[in-house]
Design a protein. Structure first.
Length: 237
């Protein structure tokens, strides 16, 4: 999957409705016939329901509820769903090819513990109830490395307030990035939020991937291009 961050047609950084514009291209190469069929037939069966229905209704019966924001090609989402069949996962991604890829995987491998939203995470998060999730994952969010694009970074004070609100007490927020300025950016905002604890098991804990980490396509690209990756897990206090 090529990164949608290269699209840069809008200089205001905002959508017509005034919300911050966070991502560029939402479509990549043409879907295969099978993927197109999955989008038309399977997505309606597994999608996060529209308001006024409870967005978590598709994963309500599971022992734990997890949310992945910006799952890209879905490597982590699918891996976690298969590794933890007792957890129900919501995956949110605006990039059509990523959604189609996960749907095809769910279909081929009979994965039933994932609900998908094709679009922006923020409006869906806004209508989720407090204390909905045990874990929230934001893994290698679009880096927007240029200073004039920082406003497009998904992590900001409002987003972190929502992450905090949506976590159950003691819930975990995982954030990973290969862009050091984004790591600093996030650590400052997490500290400012004041609602999260960071208790690394060792002094360089954040240099090591999570124990249940499968690797993602974006992480592999970062390694290929010589960037170090950083993996944080914060606990809601
Ligand atoms: C750099 S990619 C990383 C993908 C994946 N997590 C990985 O590690 O390979 C960032 C992803 O975040 C998605 N994204 C950007 N803005 C988003 C938003 N507002 N809501 C949900 N996902 C978003 C992008 O479409 C993209 O797929």
């Amino acid at each position: 999957m090529s990164s949608p961050m290269s699209a840069d047609t809008d200089t205001s950084g905002h959508n017509p409705d005034g919300t911050r514009r966070l991502y560029g291209r939402a479509k990549g190469k043409a879907l295969s016939a099978y993927q197109a069929r999955m989008m038309a037939e399977k997505l309606p069966q597994v999608r996060v329901p529209d308001a006024p229905a409870d967005p978590l209704s598709g994963i309500a019966g599971y022992d734990a509820q997890w949310l992945e924001i910006g799952f890209g090609g879905g490597e982590h989402l699918v891996h976690m769903a298969k590794t933890y069949p007792d957890a129900g996962l919501i995956g949110i991604e605006p990039f059509e090819n990523g959604v189609a890829k996960v749907l095809a995987c769910m279909d081929r491998e009979n994965i039933v513990n994932i609900s998908l939203h094709h679009g922006d995470a923020r409006p869906v998060m806004a209508r989720m109830a407090d204390q909905s999730f045990d874990k929230i994952f934001v893994l290698f969010p679009d880096p927007w490395p240029k200073v004039r694009h920082f406003k497009r970074r998904i992590i900001d004070a409002e987003f972190l307030r929502d992450v905090h609100r949506l976590l159950k007490p003691g819930g975990k927020f995982r954030f990973a990035s290969d862009i050091i300025s984004y790591v600093d950016w996030t650590l400052i905002r997490v500290m400012d939020d004041g609602g999260f604890a960071f208790s690394p098991a060792s002094k360089d804990d954040w240099r090591k991937p999570y124990a249940d980490w499968p690797g993602t396509r974006y992480e592999a690209k970062a390694f290929r291009e010589g960037r170090e990756c950083h993996y944080f897990e914060f606990t809601k206090i």
